[in-house]
Design a protein around this ligand. Structure first.
Ligand code: DC
Length: 222
C-alpha cells in the first residue's frame, strides 16, 4: 500500500469517515492510519472528553455536577487541534495532550462525558472543524456526524482489548480488563453503532488488515 493516496469522493455527502467503537477497540490507531493513507486530517473526539476531565481534575470540579462542569469549561475552555499524525489538546491555551492518557483520567472520563451539556459542548467543538477528515469516537456516526459519507464501528473481545491496551497503562492485565469492562458499561448509552455503520470485529485482525478493510470499503461503497 502506498504511504499516501489521494481520496476521490463521488458522493454528495461531507467527506467525513467515522470510526467508532468501545475503548481499546483499535479505533484511534485505525482512524489515524486511514487518515494518513488517504491524506486526510485525523480527529480524536475522545481527546476532547479527556481534556474536559483533565480540567475538572485540575480545578477540583465534581465530575457529577453538570452545572459546575459547564461553568468551569466556559471559564477554562479546551481546544482540539487536529492534524494528520495526531491531535493536540489545549486547556487554557496550554498543550496538555501528554497528560490525558492516564489511569486517573480513564477513571473519571465516563462520569464527565455522560452529561448531555458536556456532550453538547464537545459536539460544538467537533462540528466547528471543516471536513474532510477521519474522526474516531463512540457516537460520531450516529449522533455527531449523521451525514458522514462512510461509517465504521470496530469491536473486539474485551480480553483482546485489554492485551492491546496493557503496554499503554500501568497495572496488570486483569486490572486493565476489569477497567475496560467497567468503562464499556459506563459508556454503553453513547456507544450504540449507527444503523448504517459497517461493523468490523477486529479480534483476529492486525492493524494493517483493519486499515486495508476500511479503505477498501470506502472505495466500493460510493
Ligand atoms: O476513546 P477514548 O478512550 O479516548 O475515550 C475516552 C472517554 O470519552 C470514553 O470513556 C467515553 C468518552 N467518549 C465519549 O463518550 N464519546 C466519544 N465520542 C468519545 C469518547
Amino acid at each position: 500500500m502506498p504511504a499516501t493516496e489521494t481520496y476521490a469522493d463521488t458522493s454528495n455527502k461531507a467527506l467525513i469517515i467515522t470510526v467508532d467503537g468501545p475503548s481499546a477497540s483499535g479505533k484511534s490507531s485505525v482512524a489515524r492510519r486511514v487518515a494518513q493513507v488517504l491524506n486526510l486530517p485525523f480527529v480524536s473526539s475522545g481527546l476532547v472528553y479527556r481534556g474536559a476531565t483533565y480540567q475538572a481534575m485540575r480545578y477540583g470540579v465534581n465530575p457529577d455536577d453538570e452545572g459546575a462542569l459547564m461553568s468551569m469549561l466556559e471559564a477554562h475552555p479546551i481546544q482540539l487541534v487536529p492534524n494528520r499524525r495526531g491531535n493536540r489538546l489545549l486547556a487554557d491555551g496550554k498543550d496538555v495532550t501528554e497528560q490525558l492518557h492516564t489511569r486517573e483520567v480513564d477513571a473519571l472520563v465516563s462520569a464527565v462525558s455522560r452529561h448531555p451539556k458536556v456532550r453538547g459542548y464537545v459536539y460544538q467543538r467537533l462540528r466547528e472543524l471543516s471536513p474532510p477528515f477521519v474522526v474516531e469516537g463512540r457516537d460520531m456516526g450516529r449522533v455527531v456526524f449523521p451525514d458522514a459519507a462512510y461509517k465504521f464501528y470496530l469491536t473486539a473481545r474485551p480480553e483482546v482489548r485489554a492485551h492491546r491496551r496493557s503496554p499503554e497503562r500501568d497495572g496488570d492485565l486483569e486490572t486493565i480488563l476489569a477497567e475496560i469492562i467497567r468503562r464499556d458499561q459506563a459508556d454503553i448509552a453513547q456507544s450504540i453503532p449507527a444503523a448504517d455503520a459497517i461493523t468490523l470485529d477486529t479480534s483476529e485482525m492486525s492493524l494493517e488488515e483493519v486499515v486495508n478493510e476500511v479503505i477498501s470499503r470506502t472505495r466500493t461503497r460510493q
